[in-house]
Design a protein around this ligand. Structure first.
Ligand code: FAD
Length: 181
């Protein structure tokens, strides 16, 4: 159940239709837990540091000390609920929808197979394994995917794979004060 699927499922359940939602990981999908929202929190933090460093010479004095801990905490507390999807599952089951945690597949017209019947409670989920491109030599490099980068509690200097690299790099560059005025 992605964000779109979640909205549709809730609205259908509201009409009284018997709706079963199946989710392999976390309801809402990538965006709220590993992508759009937490990565923007990283970007916002980096931008804020850069902006604060522009104050001298323009508007007074500032002293800026970068710290990734509040960024990581905000990602846990304000975006992902520590990777717990209760806030997404509850509105659906509250409308009468039945929720199954597991992997399903379309098995023909009107037929869905799989899931793990009986698992009706919201749950926590760790990072899974995104597809890694077949780049020669990549297996010898220690890299992070976007999921590891989003869940990090320290901003490490090395290598990122995927779109979150931009957000993480933005933070890192700006936390070291190299942003242009
Ligand atoms: C770092 C990063 C930043 C991004 N920032 C932005 C942004 O700012 N703005 C923007 O518009 N987009 C952004 N994106 C892209 C956006 O996250 C994706 O386009 C979006 O999440 C795709 O949504 P989706 O619903 O197609 O799939 P997903 O979000 O991948 O959701 C699919 C869901 O279906 C579940 N699922 C899949 N197969 C099964 C199965 N067989 N059985 C049960 N469940 C299953 C999955 O577990 C998952 O919960 C970003 C992406 C990344 C990586």
């Amino acid at each position: 159940m992605t964000e779109g699927g979640e909205q549709i499922a809730v609205r259908l359940a509201e009409t009284g239709i018997d709706v079963v939602g199946v989710e392999a990981e976390l309801v809402g999908g990538e965006c709220p837990y590993w992508a759009c929202i937490p990565s923007k929190m990283m970007s916002r933090a980096g931008n804020l540091l850069a902006e604060a460093r522009r104050v001298p010479g323009l508007a007074g004095r500032t002293e800026v000390a970068a710290d990734f801990a509040p960024v990581a905490a905000r990602i846990r507390e304000a975006a992902t609920d520590d990777w717990n999807d209760e806030v997404a599952v509850d509105p659906f089951t509250g409308k009468g929808g039945r929720f199954v945690r597991g992997r399903a597949r379309l098995a023909g017209p009107g037929r869905v197979e799989g899931g793990r019947a009986g698992v009706l409670r919201p749950g926590r989920c760790g990072a899974s394994h995104p597809q890694i491109p077949p780049v020669s030599g990549l297996e010898q490099v220690r890299y992070w995917t976007h999921r590891q980068a989003i869940a990090a509690t320290r901003c490490r200097p090395r290598c990122w794979c995927s779109a979150v690299a931009l957000s993480a790099w933005n933070w890192r560059r700006r936390s070291h004060g190299s942003a242009p005025r």
